[in-house]
Ligand binder design. Structure first.
Ligand SMILES: Cc1cc2nc3c(=O)[nH]c(=O)nc-3n(C[C@H](O)[C@H](O)[C@H](O)COP(=O)(O)OP(=O)(O)OC[C@H]3O[C@@H](n4cnc5c(N)ncnc54)[C@H](O)[C@@H]3O)c2cc1C
Length: 380
């Protein structure tokens, strides 16, 4: 067993760390305040290959392994979880369904554009279908060599600036997961419109919107996989996506740890720095223990995926453990900063808000525990 990262993985991580420090950190607070992300930043990230991280080089991607991908996500989350989620959704659930299940023609047409910075979004959630995603009601009706889609999707990350939408819809009149199909739709297709933008607690640099589909006509070739594969495609995309969310959580958690150590060394009470007070030291030790153990699970899940081995259980475990450890780390970080931790001048206030959603999206902690318990029950 070898716990060392390869030279390539370290080089990539360091490159992204430098980029994040120089280009993202100086504007992270402002993006959160204004609820925006500058186009210029997206252009710079695209020039560095960030939009084609995991899809094949033949389509303009970098084709990095999942561990490298996780390291990238972690470094971005340390400075801006909002920028991070835009990229992780694009690189996982937004583009993976096309890269894995798209026709050759669709891949050649769309993947190079995605790699060059045209953003992808993933649309499964609906007002009546959240955790129970198979309950979705958006419809897709075949009409000659086209499909016609109708329905509404909510909570679509990247929805207002995306060029591509992966959309799950079912044959009218059906229920359950078997008659769900997956499609890719280009922005500008008649009938697809961006509706409400959510005013969120955190991840404010990232846009989250509703999408309305009204008689949206798309070529039959934009079907991903075969008819009826939609739910399977969504679930396999989410399996990989959860590894990304685990690393995103870790990035936020380690940023909280770093800020806590820094602050506790300079803030003095009772005649000595907080860092020398045993109770504070214990809090820092707990943050380190919990984050490091969750990180091992996240790395294991990424490794299993790279080896082509089953990774559903480890991805779910990594997401639960990392998101919950990071949530506790953010809570402790605010506590260590005292009253200042409650004020926007200190980054921990933003981390505290940003981290909360990692226990909710791409499957809540409760849903992950259902996935894990099913697997564990079969094993023992
Ligand atoms: C910022 C943000 C970005 C998002 N981005 C996207 C995106 O890009 N694309 C997309 O499709 N979706 C996206 N989502 C949606 C997200 O995946 C859902 O919010 C999530 O899956 C939960 O669904 P829900 O909100 O409908 O909650 P519900 O399913 O209504 O759940 C409410 C609560 O009940 C619990 N619960 C539900 N069922 C059970 C059960 N059987 N046993 C125990 N507890 C249960 C849940 O865990 C939760 O605590 C996003 C959400 C947010 C907040």
């Amino acid at each position: 067993m070898n716990f060392e990262l390869s030279e390539n993985q370290k080089m990539f991580r360091d490159m992204v760390r430098d980029f994040a420090k120089q280009e993202i950190a100086p504007i992270a607070h402002q993006m959160d305040e204004e609820g925006t992300m500058p186009d210029e930043l997206i252009t710079k990230m695209a020039a560095n290959g960030f939009f084609g991280l995991s899809f094949p080089e033949q389509y303009g991607g970098l084709g990095v392994d999942t561990i490298t991908y996780g390291l990238v996500i972690e470094e971005l989350a340390k400075v801006s979880a909002g920028v991070c989620v835009m990229l992780t959704v694009h690189n996982s659930v937004g583009s993976y369904p096309l890269a894995m299940y798209g026709s050759e023609e669709a891949k050649e047409k769309y993947l190079p554009r995605m790699a060059s910075g045209e953003i992808a979004a993933f649309c499964i959630t609906e007002p009546g279908a959240g955790s129970d995603a198979a309950n979705l009601t958006a419809t897709a009706t075949q009409d000659g060599d086209e499909y016609v889609l109708n329905g509404s999707k909510i909570f679509v990350t990247n929805g207002s600036r995306a060029s591509f939408y992966v959309v799950m819809a079912r044959t009218p009149g059906t229920t359950g997961h078997k008659d769900i199909h997956a499609f890719i739709i280009e922005r500008g297709t008649s009938g697809l419109s961006v509706a409400k933008k959510e005013d969120k607690m955190g991840l404010r640099a990232s846009d989250t919107v509703s999408i309305d589909l009204e008689d949206v006509r798309i070529p039959a070739n934009n079907l991903l996989g075969n008819e009826g594969d939609g739910f399977k495609i969504a679930m396999s995309a989410l399996d990989g996506g959860r590894i990304g969310i685990a690393f995103q959580s870790l990035g936020i958690g380690y940023a909280c740890l770093a800020e806590s150590v820094k602050y506790s060394k300079v803030r003095e009470q009772f005649g000595k720095p907080l860092a020398k007070q045993p109770v504070i030291g214990g809090m820092i030790a707990d943050m380190g223990c919990e984050l490091d153990s969750a990180r091992l699970l996240a790395l294991q899940a990424a490794w299993l995926k790279d080896e082509g081995k089953p990774f559903t259980k480890q991805a779910a475990m990594a997401k639960v453990m990392a998101s919950e450890a990071a949530g506790r780390a953010a809570d402790r970080a605010v506590q260590i900063h005292g009253g200042y931790g409650y004020c926007k001048e200190f980054a921990v206030e933003r981390y505290y808000r940003d981290v909360r959603v990692t226990r909710i999206y791409e499957g809540t902690s409760e849903i992950q525990r259902m996935v894990i318990s099913r697997q564990v029950m079969n094993e023992y």
